[in-house]
Design a protein around this ligand. Sequence first.
Ligand code: C5P
Length: 399
Amino acid sequence: MLDGKHIILGITGGIAAYKSAMLARLLVKAGAEVQVIMTPAAKEFIAPLTLSTLTGNPVISEFFTANTGEWHSHVDLGLWADAMVIAPATASSIGKMANGIADNMLITTYLSAKAPVFVAPAMDLDMMAHPSTARNLSYLRSYGNHIIEARSGELASHLVGKGRMEEPENIVAYLEVYFSRHNDLTGKHVMITAGPTYEKIDPVRFIGNYSSGKMGYALAEEAAKRGARVTLVSGPVSTSVSHPSISVVRVESAVQMLAAATKAFADADVAILAAAVADYAPAEPSEHKIKREGNEPPEIRLVKNPDIAATLGQLKKDGQHLVGFALETDNEMANAADKLKRKNLDMIVLNSLKDEGAGFGTDTNKITIIDRDGTAVSSSLKSKKEVATDIFDHIIAKF
Ligand code: C5P
């Protein structure tokens, strides 16, 4: 599970740092590429030479290498990593992480990291028991970091209590479980539609909507992170993707989106239709810019756009799973359930425009997932990233 994974191993200044050498060794043995970042205090406990030898990579500790002036980009490191493991994490470093005190390379990289972060605290029992440690750890949890709890036992001070860093082999096992759960779409092709469509009135004007594409893009990132090959058929948005397994097909109109989506659906295992497709398009877009001078306001005759979801619902074969979205203002459940049947979907994700923070443009969403058998699961207001995780957890569990 860790084969080929890029892992940043952050080491802070505690006596348990001697165990980090074993952790580095086990991660390398499991196939990971390991980049160690040490805080200045950590170097008092274990020599960088030990870690650079075990990992095959020079240890980073400062913002730049003094004699060459080589700058270490915390942003690049943060993007490179598939996971960041901070072991041991001292009370001081946990406090800095909780509060964004970026006074060394490790904390700066932590603040830039896009990957999941795992924190293995280690400290004396009284420090562990202090309310500030508990509060700072709860902050880290609220940021989505994974805390690998310290154990009880004899400590370096010879006192007995909670504060021993989890054993290196258990930290590796924790990561393996995490990655196995997050590789559940390996070998699958996921197609996602996202964003609005623009329907041309003339060369400079269109009919569109306020969709930002954020939900569809979050779904694409989540699917790719879980190992899928992703085709993201996207209407015009300013959102971008970073994962290399996502290929983006950019389209403008509903007709173009239908063509791209149908093509990608042919070998897709899962398709999620998160795009806000315009229902109507101008029947005869003008080839020239419609002029105001001397003209009456034009009448724009509209024609119906194709329903991409319903078309794919017709084409759907055994083993393919089709998920739609419904953005409703009233009679939400009944309308969504009706859409699910009418379009031959397997699942529909309902977001209500009545819920504050849900729907277009926001970074958050509040959803209800409805299955074919009518069961509905509602969740609280969450980030679109978290919602994407919930949706795929549900898809995996169901299909
Ligand atoms: O009918 P309504 O637009 O509310 O249905 C919403 C669902 O259908 C969404 O999943 C949306 O992406 C999809 N849809 C589509 N093509 C359309 C209209 C909606 O794929 N023309």
